[in-house]
Design a binder for this molecule. Structure first.
Ligand SMILES: C[S@@+](CC[C@H](N)C(=O)[O-])C[C@H]1O[C@@H](n2cnc3c(N)ncnc32)[C@H](O)[C@@H]1O
Length: 347
């Protein structure tokens, strides 16, 4: 039994699983890979640069670590990303072994230095992209209530829901990890805000540039229970890996107004929810700020509660709460109300 101190839980390993895992990690290069990947997602190319080994060799080692359930792989365009397994048992074994490595080991120290420089390169690229979009975001921020106010309300909604879930299931009676799904995660801010209340956080986005920003954020804030992946909101496959990947809370934070078909996105979101799961939609209430459509690629001028209720109802979701956060009217420009709609699976 390995104590998973950070999560305050224990993972029990069957002897077969343990032997397979130990065999996989019990080789110098694979131990180095395990130590590197446990610090955050890496591509094969990045690992080759750090290890100074060829792609076929590194790929073979990675395959063994994935087959043993210690790491997981996902593709993004032409790149394959590797991260610690989200499975509790595989993760416990990985953390347990990596935790035994002397932090001053010279090989590991040199690997870490090369990893730091690769991360610095990635962060610089992400920052360049962010600089391009930041101006647009700033011009909108002036028109609505402070992000801190919206985030405080969102956090309290999610906390109330998790409290209700704990009361319903009773402590210790949970059989599956609690999952937060941030759909259209962008820079990963919602994962940063909420993920410490969940066992796992997954962010999805279509944009590689956004995913790079989110990855940089996850590393900076050591959000080791979170990962991001590329997926289209119209074709979410999050639940396909089984019940453990169904979300207790799915958040759509300023995403729907960019979409051609919010109704389809809500239907897909509903499929990702565990029984009793919650969808929290944060978006603008109906507004008349045309500039957002003409200059900021918004597809919708916000939404009315009736519109959201109707789309939710078609997706077997029932809106149970609406919150409307309106800024101070003294502002000279036309202001934007931020609405938060909370819906539950109604089946
Ligand atoms: C304004 S950003 C919001 C990001 C984040 N939720 C936040 O509030 O900080 C909208 C995000 O939705 C993503 N997005 C747009 N269409 C998408 C789609 N079809 N599938 C997945 N993500 C999509 C964009 O790439 C972008 O990152």
């Amino acid at each position: 039994m390995i104590l998973d101190a950070e999560r305050g839980s224990t993972a029990v390993l069957g002897s077969d699983h343990l032997v397979t895992g130990l065999r996989a990690i019990g080789e110098p290069t694979r131990l180095r890979i395990a130590a590197l990947v446990s610090q955050g997602e890496l591509t094969v190319t990045e690992l080759c640069r750090i290890l100074g080994q060829s792609q076929p060799r590194v790929s073979r080692h990675l395959k063994l670590l994935c087959d043993a359930g210690l790491l997981q792989r996902h593709s993004e365009g032409t790149s394959a990303f590797f991260s610690p397994s989200l499975d509790a048992v595989g993760r416990s074994l990985l953390d347990g072994i990596v935790g035994l490595i002397d932090p001053d080991d010279p090989v590991m120290t040199a690997d870490r230095q090369r990893l730091d420089s690769i991360r610095a390169e990635r962060a610089a690229q992400a920052e360049d992209y962010f600089d391009q979009i930041a101006e647009q975001w700033e011009s909108m921020r002036d028109r609505h209530v402070a992000d801190t106010e919206v985030e405080a309300r969102l956090t309290s909604i999610v906390e109330d829901h998790l409290t209700r879930l704990s009361v319903k299931t009773g402590s210790g009676a949970r059989h599956r990890p609690r999952l937060l799904l941030d759909i259209g995660t962008g820079t990963g801010r919602i994962l940063e805000l909420l993920a410490d209340r969940f066992d796992k956080g997954i962010g999805i986005d279509l944009s590689t540039n956004m995913l790079n920003l989110a990855r940089t954020r996850l590393i900076e804030h050591e959000l080791t229970n979170c990962s991001v992946r590329q997926a289209n909101i119209y074709a979410l496959d999050i639940g396909e890996d089984g019940r453990d990947n169904l979300a207790d809370v799915a958040v759509l934070h300023h995403v729907l107004h960019f979409l051609d078909d919010p109704a389809a996105a809500l239907r897909q979101t509903a499929f990702t929810l565990a029984p009793g799961g919650l969808v929290v939609i944060v978006d603008f209430a109906s507004h008349g700020v045309d500039e957002l459509l003409t200059e900021h690629q918004h597809r919708w001028s916000g939404f009315s509660t009736a519109q959201i209720e109707s789309w939710c109802s078609d997706a077997w979701l029932q809106v149970v709460e609406s919150h409307h956060l309106t800024p101070d009217k003294s502002s000279s420009t036309e202001t934007l109300t931020v609405s938060i709609w909370v819906a539950v699976r109604s089946d």
